[in-house]
Design a protein around this ligand. Structure first.
Ligand SMILES: [Zn+2]
Length: 283
């Protein structure tokens, strides 16, 4: 891959060390289809890439991959494309997905997937209570979500209220997961094929979560680190996808290293259970 002018970044020594270790130890060990996780583009506290860094990422990915929404990855894998497929996803449904990311995607002719919590988007609750760095940030409205859909973006479910699913009973998980799918389908008037698990790490879901996802979706995204084998995507069952975070601390070299699969060495890295988790605030 060719590295062109990349975004300028500030990073912690921890990130620097992780990046260097991945480049040294992971180089050549990873392969597969990358699916990128993003949340917002306008929040330095949340480690979010800037709009300029996002534009660089999309352009770079378009040079090496065929960008499709996650719900179309299986079809793209089966098509045997010259440039392998890859996806960009945004979780939670913050307003700058509409105001900042959508214009970039439209300008570059790229499509992405957006995972939405309808209770947040509908103004019933404020999920940012659980994330100090997102506090006070606004959600997209249902009309803005319909704008994304009309522009060819994929809308996916992300539960109604962003709970820690592994804390819930099977009935509670069903209500959150299937409830979010049905609410979004009502808003859009079409099927919602994909789902992303809130938090998405090992401790945030269980077998019940995966079995509900398998019954109702074609694709279920986690935040387990890594690229995806084509066989895991073209499975007739629900595809359980790993993803790669892109942050404000990643320079162009890091982004390419992640896409190439070098960071797959961190697949088994344990993530802490979300701390001070509290029920979202109802309005
Ligand atoms: Zn989320």
């Amino acid at each position: 891959m060719v590295i062109s002018a990349a975004p300028r970044i500030r990073r912690s020594w921890k990130h620097w060390l992780k990046a260097r270790l991945a480049a040294a130890l992971g180089r050549g060990t990873g392969q597969g289809i990358p699916v990128i996780t993003l949340h917002t583009l306008a929040c330095e506290d949340a480690d979010a890439p800037s709009p300029a860094a996002f534009e660089w990422l999309v352009t770079t990915m378009q040079a090496h991959y065929t960008l499709v929404p996650v719900g179309e990855l299986a079809q793209a894998c089966a098509a045997g494309l010259a440039r392998p497929p890859a996806s960009i996803t945004f979780d939670d449904g913050f307003e700058d997905c509409w105001s900042l990311a959508l214009p970039v995607l439209n300008r570059l002719g790229a499509r992405a997937s957006f995972f939405i919590c309808p209770d947040f988007a509908g103004g019933r609750i404020d999920i940012t209570r659980n994330f100090a760095h997102y506090r006070g940030r606004r959600p997209m409205s249902p009309d803005q979500i319909r704008d994304l859909d009309a522009a060819g973006m994929e809308i996916g479910a992300h539960t109604l209220s962003h709970p820690l699913l592994s804390d819930l009973s099977p009935a509670g998980q069903t209500e959150e997961i299937v409830g979010s799918k049905h609410r979004l389908e009502d808003w859009l008037g079409k099927s919602v094929p994909s789902f992303a698990i809130p938090f998405g790490g090992r401790r945030s879901f269980d077998r019940t979560t995966l079995s509900i996802a398998a019954e109702h979706f074609k694709v279920c995204c986690t935040t387990l680190v890594g690229t995806n084998a084509p066989a895991a995507i073209t499975t007739p069952d629900c595809a359980i996808l790993h993803r790669l975070d892109m942050t404000s601390q990643d320079d162009g070299r890091d982004m390419l290293s992640k896409l190439r699969g070098d960071w797959n060495i961190y697949h088994s890295f344990p993530r802490a259970r979300p701390k001070r988790f509290a029920a979202p605030v109802s309005h």
